[in-house]
Ligand binder design. Structure first.
Ligand SMILES: [Zn+2]
Length: 173
């Protein structure tokens, strides 16, 4: 289970980022709806203390506070984003937007069904087995499209999944 906690300030940053896209059947209305998630390429940086650290784990210190993580990662329960990243996400998919979460008692950037508007929470997409962003096979991973955004990124995210399984099989588009 990923740890979930409030993170008021940026705890993740990178020189570029990835937008992951896939679709799922809405749990409420049953229609297929598109989804979006944020992913980090290797060489992103995490604020010290917010992730597991240690020699040999793929992390190296870049300052007293920030450490470089040489791994791919998905972000979820994203609470704060710079305005330029928010604008970019809204261009991609307007149903990914700030929502109040009863689970975390915070607002976070969440997917909403494009048909009925209901919240499709990050827990079911990122934390459940066979969640839309937790592919259980190469074929399932191939349903996820990754779009590289060559722009600086920072975020406050309470959910951080490193080296997602089958990441290499996701399509770059
Ligand atoms: Zn729906």
């Amino acid at each position: 289970m990923p740890e979930i906690k409030p993170a008021p300030d940026a705890n993740i940053r990178a020189q570029s980022y990835l937008i992951a896209r896939t679709s799922v059947r809405c749990w409420h209305c049953g229609l297929p709806t598109r989804l979006l998630a944020l992913a980090m390429p290797p060489s992103h940086e995490t604020l010290h203390g917010d992730t597991q650290t240690g020699a040999g784990n793929g992390w190296e210190s870049v300052s007293d506070e920030w450490q470089r993580a040489n791994v791919n990662a998905f972000l979820f329960y994203v609470e704060c984003l710079p305005t330029r990243v928010e604008s970019r996400l809204q261009q991609f998919w307007r149903f990914f937007c700030l929502a109040h979460s009863p689970a975390t008692l915070n607002s976070y950037w969440a997917n909403h069904c494009e048909h009925c508007g209901i919240l499709i929470g990050d827990h079911e997409l990122h934390c459940e087995p066979e969640g839309a962003f937790v592919p259980s096979s190469e074929a399932a991973a191939a349903d996820i499209q990754l779009v590289q955004i060559p722009e600086p990124f920072e975020a406050s995210a309470a959910g951080y999944a490193i080296e997602p399984e089958f990441f290499a099989f996701m399509r770059h588009g």
